[in-house]
Design a protein around this ligand. Structure first.
Ligand code: THU
Length: 138
């Protein structure tokens, strides 16, 4: 899988910043935006959408991933950029790490940032070592 250029990463960051504005988060007040590129090169995005029944909430990362799967079916995430208001990177929750794992390979990169820039980049194995994945169900 070809590595994304710095320009494409910047574009993903801009998408994540923009979609974060649509975050529906009246309960936590935490706005999160995520944008990803797949192995096809296409880009998808999502924001967190909360619910009065709190368990109905979906995180920005999963919203973006489900949008990508809805458009492309089986795909691999090349880069995913997650943006919050925090300077200190806001790591994806456990559910999102697991869902990222389902659609990742060793080259997938997870970037965390604020509105200005990306502050930190991780591989999936750094965030979810020894992940349970499709390979376990063969
Ligand atoms: N949230 C995300 O969008 N992504 C994460 O990885 C962590 C949490 C959202 C869910 C909820 O709307 C708010 O942040 C507070 O948990």
């Amino acid at each position: 899988m070809k590595k994304n250029s710095a320009a494409k990463l910047q574009q993903l960051h801009a998408f994540a910043v923009s979609v974060r504005k649509n975050s529906y988060s009246p309960y936590s007040k935490y706005r999160v935006g995520a944008a990803l590129s797949t192995d096809s090169g296409a880009m998808f995005y999502g924001c967190n959408v909360e619910n009065a029944s709190y368990g109905g909430t979906i995180c920005a990362e999963r919203a973006a991933i489900f949008s990508a799967v809805s458009a492309e079916g089986k795909m691999k995430i090349r880069d995913i950029v997650v943006v919050t208001a925090e300077k200190k990177p806001w790591p994806p929750c456990g559910f999102c790490r697991q869902v990222i794992a389902e659609f990742s390979d060793t080259q997938t990169q997870i970037h965390l940032g604020d509105e200005k820039k990306i502050h930190k980049t991780y591989s999936l194995s750094e965030l979810l070592p020894e992940a349970f994945g499709p390979q376990n169900l063969k």
